[in-house]
Design a binder for this molecule. Sequence first.
Ligand SMILES: [Zn+2]
Length: 125
Amino acid sequence: MDAPRKSGRQRREEIREKRRQRALAQAAQTPPPLPRRPPDAVEADPAELAHNNTYGLLPLYYVDKAFTCRDCGSEELWTAKQQKWWYEVAKGNINSTAVRCRACRRREQARRAEARRIHQEGLER
Ligand SMILES: [Zn+2]
């Protein structure tokens, strides 16, 4: 089927109308207003965070965080769930973040325990 011939003017008006419709459609689907939280975010519980006597801002939610292990340099992921546990259950300081992978954290804990033991022995001698 052949479309009937159109004048240049008609053509331009059609194009303009199409653009107008497209702009309207785009405006109708603007993203939701801020704050936009990622779909995998884990909700923070402000009551559990109250122990943090800070003037800084408390988190509204947690999202997985990528970091590099301070000791071995491996790429690690501190998950939103682990963060929630750390801040709200273990009552970790609100300004602290994960810096070591699991293996290096274990090694560091053992090293500290050993240093403490040696220190204690020195005091008792
Ligand atoms: Zn490591």
